[in-house]
Design a protein around this ligand. Structure first.
Ligand SMILES: *Cc1c(COP(=O)(O)O)cnc(C)c1O
Length: 434
């Protein structure tokens, strides 16, 4: 499987394992597969007999033919050891629950798969691979958990001290073993600058093999296409769903389009955003206008310049009209989001998280705009327990899943470091002697 860079579609190609190791193409573009593999119609017909790890294995074989079959099989069984159930909300709308993984958000799918693929491709190396990652909250937890105890990989997560939620912090800092956590006395941007500097610092690169676990990595996108198939598998045979995708950087939506190009029957996609409505407004008038992000309740979607937009353009040949025929966009405020959480809770006794609530609003508006389509599948990207503050104003009690509650009790193993590159490097060298 070969990949190209979105900055130079006709240019140099890279074997997929190299693309994954690099993360970003050397010319700054994002990697995409040259040929999106197709699933066979018979395979789709027999899909109800598979399960999530099984269909993940079947699809990953098409992307990673260079990996031994038994390795891929155990990677998929290990990475996707939790369900993605499709729940019926009403006769038209279903919810695909993507929060049953260890860190309660869909990012577990990408992070767990990426960690195991990197673990495999680095197993023959003498030196460990050091993954450095800066986080403003959610990604750090998924990456830390995904890479936990993967042989040959050492992870360092930097987060801004006191600026992430206590539970998010515990998800990063309590694992230990090959996961080290640094509470940096600075902002998220300081964390990111520190990581970027270390990754290209000759003193460091001479001593350590290093990489990042950025969300634009292709090995995080590919596994996100698996749950679109898993949703389809749970539908009545022959139905063609519309998928509603709460979006920020648009990796999730790109994964859905990939699934469709692989052969999954999909009628339409809906991009749902909060007030950071760059893509919905592009779909309206064809002009892509990045702007500084604004803070909202659905903060994992607070993105002002969605990085995967270039992948969308590349999939639709840069033509606005092509994209518009397959994707509709809707955007909502926090007030509307809270209203939807409250109303759905009262009407159906179902508790949406703020991201899923944005998706639900988009599903309802699409139903009114377009004649009633059946079924619409809303991707529920996180568990409500990750966003407790939103529910306090609504007077709704949120049940905290055991795996999150347990984290609250565990010991915080992070080190506190000043925002000073030299001290960071000293700490890193001391904790990773060569
Ligand atoms: C990351 C995230 C999103 C946004 O996903 P993208 O792939 O960046 O569009 C939505 N909801 C939750 C809960 C997330 O963590």
């Amino acid at each position: 499987m070969l990949c190209y860079s979105t900055n130079d579609p006709q240019g140099k190609t890279y074997p997929i394992l190299e693309a994954i190791q690099l993360g970003l193409a050397p010319d700054g573009g994002l990697f995409m597969p040259v040929n999106i593999p197709k699933v066979k119609p018979e395979w789709l017909e027999n899909l109800p007999d598979r399960d999530l790890p099984g269909l993940a294995f079947d699809i990953s074989r098409l992307y990673f033919p260079e990996l031994p079959v038994s390795t891929l099989e155990s990677i998929c069984a290990d990475a996707f050891n939790f369900p993605a159930p499709l729940v019926t909300l009403n006769p038209e709308i279903k919810i695909l629950e993507l929060f049953h993984g260890p860190t309660l958000a869909f990012k577990d799918f990408g992070a767990r798969f990426m960690a195991r693929i990197l673990g495999y491709s680095n197993a023959k190396q003498d030196l460990p691979l050091h993954i450095l990652v800066a986080t403003s909250g959610d990604t750090g937890g998924a990456v830390a958990d995904g890479f936990f105890q993967v042989p040959g990989i050492e992870v360092t997560v930097l987060f801004p001290k006191g600026k992430i939620s206590p539970l998010q912090q515990k998800q990063i800092t309590t694992l230990g073993k090959n996961i080290r956590a640094v509470a940096l006395e600075g902002t998220f941007d300081d964390c990111q600058a520190m990581v970027k500097k270390a990754l290209v610092d000759p003193v460091m690169t001479r001593k350590y093999r290093m990489s990042s676990a950025n969300s634009i990595n292709l090995s995080r996108l590919i596994p996100q296409s698996f749950y679109y198939f898993e949703a389809y598998r749970q539908l009545d045979p022959g139905t063609k769903p519309v998928f509603v995708v709460p979006s920020g950087n648009f990796g999730n939506l790109v994964a859905g389009i990939l699934a469709q190009r692989m052969g999954l029957p999909v009628a339409h996609f809906i991009a749902a955003t909060n007030r950071n409505d760059i893509v919905p407004s592009y779909l309206k008038d064809g002009v892509f206008r990045p702007k500084p992000s604004v803070e909202t309740l659905s903060n994992a979607m607070d993105v002002g310049n969605p990085s995967n937009f270039r992948r969308l353009e590349s999939l639709f040949g840069s033509t606005w009209n092509n994209m518009r025929q397959m994707i509709s966009g809707y955007a909502y405020t926090d007030t509307q989001t809270l209203e939807a959480i409250d109303r759905i809770h009262r009407d159906y006794n179902y508790l949406l998280d703020p991201h899923g609530a944005v998706g639900l609003l988009a599903a309802e508006e699409y139903q009114l705009d377009v004649h009633h389509h059946k079924p619409l599948i809303v991707l529920e990207t996180a568990h409500p327990a990750k966003f407790l503050a939103a529910y306090e104003t609504l007077n709704i009690q949120v049940e905290i899943p055991e795996r999150l509650a347990n984290k609250a009790q565990a010991e915080d193993l992070s080190v506190i470091l000043p925002n000073d590159y030299t001290q960071f490097i000293e700490w890193f060298s001391e904790s990773h002697p060569v």
